[in-house]
Ligand binder design. Structure first.
Ligand SMILES: Nc1nc2c(c(=O)[nH]1)N[C@H]1C(S)=C(S)[C@@H](COP(=O)(O)OP(=O)(O)OC[C@H]3O[C@@H](n4cnc5c(=O)[nH]c(N)nc54)[C@H](O)[C@@H]3O)O[C@H]1N2
Ligand SMILES: Nc1nc2c(c(=O)[nH]1)N[C@H]1C(S)=C(S)[C@@H](COP(=O)(O)OP(=O)(O)OC[C@H]3O[C@@H](n4cnc5c(=O)[nH]c(N)nc54)[C@H](O)[C@@H]3O)O[C@H]1N2
Ligand code: SF4
Ligand SMILES: [Mo]
Length: 679
């Protein structure tokens, strides 16, 4: 370990990849120093980044491997733990075949860790490997994949500062990607027009010049409506559409049906506002679309993303500074986990499983006899298959599926049904309670490796601390596991794994440890050692086989479950600035808990009045899946008939449904039906 004090590091929470320094005292993390020179956050940290020491130094950190016995958890040696994990994996494999195994990688782990993780799965003969992107931006991969040829943010965050119009749809970046607000404010100071389409009023809506409060799940209609106006008012960038895209005539045909009055009836947005938004976006010299979970987590997630791409393409707002499509990714390394092929349908670098050429390349690189040919099960399907007894052994590296997947009761039943569950985490999360074996992992500050932020910035992380107790870096655990499985892995450290990654993933071709250590990393594609990275994608051609983007028409569909007489409220779920995902880290920070301590539900004052509900009342929420308790918070942030629950506390996903987008297999976390009563 190199001794630096303070040690530069990267925030382990969201995908922005903010930098800061850890101040060390007697081998412990004792303080934070800001990093004003970092290009993304310029020194600032949000409440989660600011309290990360509480996570690092928490007494609950897992310190020893634990085996479940009839009397409870028993501390065991690493050797025994890894022998057990390897024996169970091999046992399942021999008895039931490779597809009885499943692996959930982690968007909280490094590129090297995810690369090795999926390599183990595939060398064992299964593509049943996935990560939490399935619950998050799977629809970005499918939607932008088919239109632009790749599902990544097209422009860096700093570009927003020079956009003349910023169209935000289904993103509450002011709470969830706070450093983005700085750039949007910069743009506003220069006169940019900001549009925010969100059914709720959020701190992001407060930045809007035009706030569109649409009915949840009606984004395709809104986007088609805006495109209808753009086409009928002659605002299309004809030259761009002709020279760089295909499919305009088919798109135009479908758009005819989405006149502003029709769209207004579907979305609840006045037609004048739809027209205003369309004109502002199309007429701007440079315009960017920023989106996130509000459009991806629907059964129409792929269609929503596709419609965003169509909108940008017909206006020519792509392939240049200040323009583009910015899907704000979620976890600190979810971009990287996907790039590394911790996905059931893609090899590292997005070669499609099932394409013999892609398989051949990996086979040659790995010296493998044969790789599995059919796409594996996605994270959401793995849970279903475990419930049916088809998956026997599940290995989970850093994911809390009990609280993050839809329909928690179904998830718990599936986990109970497994022959063997391994959980590798930094804390005993609720999923670990169902495990047979728990492996203690080192946290971000205790290991080295590369992490890829939402703007495709690959940064190198150096270890600052020793892990607690006998916890080990995920990569080290995987190396030892691979050895016990009889796999011949030659690597000594993360740097050597990155060398193989640069051979496997063309966009990482020029990425190497020594280069990443300088100047806050490199932005991929960086195809060779002399290349300095590519902040803006699609400047000359798209990443489709012929270089042309595809305009793909999509139609509005209603969400899978809508309110009715038995379940009259529309339940939507999401985030707050103070907590993080299923909460295994943020709920361990006393300073965050002091400010936000328990599950609450936002309800409109008019609904509360009808139901005689007061601020602070305990409520019982029921859906077709189950029931949960939450404290009432009366607010006009939600519309009448809509309830909002953050999913940072156990209970929210007891209510949500597992209806999936047919292409991306992402669950519809943003719409389900429920009812409430006083508890
Ligand atoms: N503080 C904090 N930051 C985080 C996280 C966290 O848990 N806490 N998690 C990280 C992760 S993993 C992710 S993926 C990102 C997610 O970041 P966001 O996508 O910003 O998070 P959400 O709150 O899930 O959803 C965003 C917005 O979508 C709106 N919305 C809901 N339904 C619809 C709809 O039908 N249409 C439209 N247009 N909008 C809708 C919601 O009201 C909400 O304001 O945040 C990352 N950053
Ligand atoms: N209702 C509802 N549900 C949702 C969503 C929603 O909007 N609404 N959003 C979905 C989205 S976008 C996402 S991304 C998922 C997130 O779902 P998860 O990925 O399950 O969420 P996290 O709580 O971030 O869990 C990460 C786990 O990794 C562990 N961890 C942290 N660092 C390390 C490390 O270095 N090594 C290892 N091995 N483990 C580590 C943490 O302790 C934690 O247990 O939730 C989804 N679920
Ligand atoms: S914005 Fe994201 S990366 Fe930056 S400090 Fe907050 S959680 Fe960490
Ligand atoms: Mo996410």
């Amino acid at each position: 370990m190199e001794e630096k004090n303070p040690q530069p590091t990267i925030c382990p929470y969201c995908s922005l990849g903010c930098g800061f320094y850890l101040k060390l005292e007697a081998g412990k993390a004792a303080g934070i120093r800001y990093m004003p020179e970092h290009p993304v956050n310029e020194g600032s940290l949000c409440p989660k980044g600011n309290t990360v020491l509480e996570v690092l130094n928490h007494p609950d950190r897992l310190k020893y491997p634990l085996k479940k016995t009839e009397t409870g958890w028993e501390r065991i040696e690493w050797e025994e733990a890894l022998d057990l994990a390897a024996a169970k994996l091999k046992g399942s494999l021999e008895e039931y075949g490779p597809d009885s195994l499943a692996f959930l990688g982690s968007a909280k782990c490094s590129n090297e860790e995810n690369y090795i993780f999926q390599k183990i799965a595939r060398l064992l003969g299964t593509n049943n490997v996935d990560n939490c992107a399935r619950l998050c931006h799977a629809s970005t991969l499918t939607g932008l994949g088919k239109t632009l040829g790749t599902g990544a943010m097209t422009n860096p965050i700093s570009d927003l500062a020079c956009s003349e119009c910023i169209f935000v749809i289904g993103s509450n970046f002011a709470e969830n990607h706070p450093a983005v607000s700085r750039r949007v404010l910069e743009a506003k100071e220069k006169g940019a027009f900001v549009i925010v389409a969100d059914p709720r009023m959020t701190p992001t809506s407060w930045l809007a010049d035009l706030s569109l409060r649409l009915v949840p799940g009606t984004d395709v209609a809104l986007l088609n409506g805006m495109m209808h106006v753009i086409v009928s008012e002659g605002l299309v960038d004809r030259e761009f559409a002709r020279e760089r895209t295909k499919g305009f005539a088919e798109l135009e045909n479908v758009l005819q049906r989405y006149d502003p009055e029709t769209v207004s009836r579907i979305t609840g947005i006045p037609s004048a506002e739809i027209i205003k938004a369309a004109r502002a976006y199309a007429r701007a010299g440079t315009a960017a679309i920023v989106y996130s979970m509000g459009i991806t987590q629907h059964i129409s997630g792929t269609d929503n993303v596709t419609a965003c791409a169509d909108l940008a393409l017909i206006c020519g707002h792509i392939g240049k500074k200040g323009a583009g499509i910015l899907p704000l990714r979620g976890q600190n390394n979810v971009q990287g986990a996907c790039d590394m092929g911790a996905l059931s349908e893609f090899f590292p670098g997005y070669g499609k499983v099932g394409d013999p050429e892609a398989a051949g390349r990996m086979q040659a690189l790995w010296g493998a006899k044969k790789l599995p040919e059919s796409p594996g099960l996605t994270a959401t399907e793995i849970v279903g298959a475990a419930g049916k007894g088809k998956i026997k052994t599940l290995y989970v590296m850093g994911e809390d599926l009990v609280n993050s997947h839809p329909d928690s009761s179904r998830v718990k039943q599936a986990l109970e049904n497994l022959d063997f569950l391994v959980v590798q985490d930094i804390f005993m999360n609720d999923t670990a309670e169902y495990a047979d074996l728990v492996l203690p992992a080192a946290s971000f500050a205790e290991k080295e490796g590369s992490f890829t932020s939402t703007e495709r910035r690959v940064q190198w992380l150096e270890p600052a601390l020793m892990p607690p107790g006998e916890a080990r870096a995920d990569l080290e655990i995987l190396f030892r596991l691979a050895e016990k499985l009889g796999l011949d892995f030659p690597y000594r450290d993360a740097g050597e794994v990155l060398e193989e990654i640069s051979a496997a993933v063309p966009a990482y071709g020029g990425i190497a440890k020594e280069r990443l250590k300088k100047d806050f990393g490199l932005i991929w594609p960086c195809p060779d050692a002399g290349h300095t990275g590519t902040p803006v994608l699609h400047t000359d051609s798209f990443m489709t086989p012929d270089g042309l983007a595809r305009l793909v028409p999509v139609e509005h569909r209603s969400p899978a479950e809508t309110p009715g007489p038995d379940y009259p409220f529309l339940l939507t779920t999401g985030r707050t600035v103070l907590h993080y995902n299923a909460g295994s880290m943020s709920r361990r920070c006393k300073s965050l808990l002091k400010r936000e301590a328990e599950l609450y539900v936002e309800i409109h004052p008019a609904d509360a009045r009808t139901m005689e509900i007061r601020e602070g009342n305990k409520l019982v929420l029921e859906s077709r899946r189950g029931s949960t308790k939450a404290t009432a918070r009366l607010t006009e942030r939600v519309s009448p008939g809509v309830l909002f629950l953050p999913f940072h506390f156990p209970g929210t996903n007891v209510l949500t449904a597992d209806a999936l987008d047919r292409e991306a297999k992402i669950p519809e976390f943003k719409v389900s039906a429920c009812r409430i009563r006083r508890g």
